[in-house]
Ligand binder design. Structure first.
Ligand code: PHE
Length: 453
């Protein structure tokens, strides 16, 4: 089935296009910047173990639930709940999702701006001859600078808006199809270099040998937040993308391919980073700066490092871009469908609003460094709000699918109105009815101190 004749709605045009766009949303700075530094901060293997478990038993069901809601309703996250449960408060999940998209994009585009700075530094050979310590100082002083982080951030917002204005098909599919496989390839090359550095074995041990005594309530929450963040779930991105998926595409296959690709890239990033961290004697808990110190150090030890470093930061910026467009798309789809703005106007207004918040995030170590709450700057607040907002959104989404959406509607989506077998349905139902809501609730209640793990 193609688009309904006469409908204005855009849709993805090929099976690979859907997977590419959804994977493009999932794969990004979450895998290559956020995941490694959280692993480093949270003691390595045990964090990885928790993360992988959460992807499998919570992430995949939430992701499938979102896509089911999106394709069923063909709406943005707020419109979707208004359509499925008119007159009930479920649309509040959609509002929370749009708010999360807003907040995440604001700090995410700031980090995307850092990758542009690092692309620039690669081109002008700015890492040349610098020790890891000097690279650390370089990162800090860049972030503390006044204009640069902000200009790069704004540039990135402009790029994102331009692509979103051009619409789904032409905009998103075109860019992801070729560039994601290339990113994978370069990560493999980096991993090989990292693994062949003297002293790298310790890094592999750190990443893969869990030390469960390192797990605290906070580690668990961070692993859960990161699993949701990396899969782009819990805020309606996949409701929005699901709404562009055609009726005859297989939802479960899409979800499995995307979550596997996303997880694989994150683990691969870990394999590229940690052996080098130990080989160079870098502190694994170097927080947000970790990859920006480690990667340039690896490039300096590589034949063709100059070239690889440019290519890598281009690809990382593109990976970030395919994620930022998916976040902006959530807000824009809402403005277009519910507030009846044109796509262009919706994009311009929403990106301007987001940019205002983003200025504070990008300038969190510069101009706005004394703007703090409980010791966190704006960037830190937005970055850690992920850990609560996304699991909370995911919780309500699975509860909705498991208990309120109606068995037949869910089954119809999973099986494309009975034309697919969808044998996994029973497992899926069990996960969304019981396991996922209970597990997410336990982690969140633990965080607010109502129960103690
Ligand atoms: N999943 C993206 C990444 O890993 C980030 C993202 C989060 C995108 C939420 C959309 C929604 O980089």
């Amino acid at each position: 089935m193609e688009n309904v004749p006469g409908s204005e709605r855009d849709s993805f045009t090929s099976k690979f296009g859907i997977i590419a766009a959804t994977a493009g949303s999932a794969i990004g700075l979450g895998n290559i910047w956020r995941f490694p530094y959280l692993v480093g901060e949270n003691g390595g293997g045990a964090f990885l173990f928790l993360y992988l478990s959460f992807v499998l038993i919570l992430g995949i069901p939430v992701m499938l639930s979102e896509i089911v809601i999106g394709r069923k309703t063909q709406r943005n996250p707020i419109g979707a709940f208004l359509k499925l449960a008119p007159g009930k408060p479920w649309f509040l999940i959609g509002i929370m999702g749009v708010a999360a998209a807003f907040m995440i994009l604001a700090f995410y585009a700031a980090v995307a701006g850092w990758t542009m700075e690092y692309l620039y530094q690669s081109v002008v050979n700015g890492f040349q001859g610098k020790s890891p310590e000097q690279l650390g100082e370089m990162f800090t002083s860049f972030r503390e600078g006044s204009w640069r982080p902000i200009l790069w951030f704004l540039l990135f917002m402009v790029l994102t808006s331009l692509i979103v204005i051009s619409g789904i098909k032409k905009g998103i599919e075109k860019y992801t199809k070729i560039l994601m496989p290339l990113l994978l390839l370069i990560l493999v090359v980096l991993s090989i270099r990292s693994l062949t550095l003297p002293g790298s074995a310790e890094g592999l041990r750190f990443l893969f040998k869990p030390d469960f005594s390192k797990i605290t309530g906070d580690t668990i929450l961070q692993a859960l937040g990161q699993a949701f963040f990396s899969l782009s779930i819990g805020m309606g991105t996949l409701i929005t993308y699901g709404s562009y998926i055609r009726r005859n595409d297989n939802l479960a296959n899409t979800v499995l391919s995307v979550s596997m690709a996303d997880t694989f890239i994150a683990v691969l990033a870990g394999i590229a980073i940690f052996p080098a961290v130990f080989a160079f004697g870098i502190d694994p808990a170097a927080e947000e700066g970790l990859v920006f110190i480690v990667l340039p150090s690896i490039f300096q030890q590589m034949i063709g490092g100059y070239f690889f470093s440019i290519l890598f930061f281009i690809l990382l910026a593109v990976a970030a871009l395919t994620s930022t467009i998916s976040m902006l798309e959530v807000v824009v789809a809402y403005f277009v469908e519910e507030l009846k703005l044109t796509r262009k106007r919706a994009t311009i207004i929403s990106s301007l609003l987001i940019s205002v918040l983003g200025l504070f995030a990008a300038g969190s170590w510069g101009w706005f460094d004394n703007l703090t709450l409980f010791g966190n700057n704006v960037f830190g607040l937005l970055n850690s709000s992920v850990n609560i907002m996304l699991p909370l959104g995911g919780f309500f989404i699975v509860v909705f699918i498991g208990w309120f959406m109606g068995k037949k509607a869910v089954e119809d989506e999973l099986s494309n109105e009975g034309s697919l077998k969808a044998r996994f349905t029973i497992v899926f139902k069990f996960l969304v009815k019981f396991i996922a809501p209970i597990a997410i609730a336990i982690v969140l209640l633990n965080q607010v101190g109502i129960i103690r793990l």
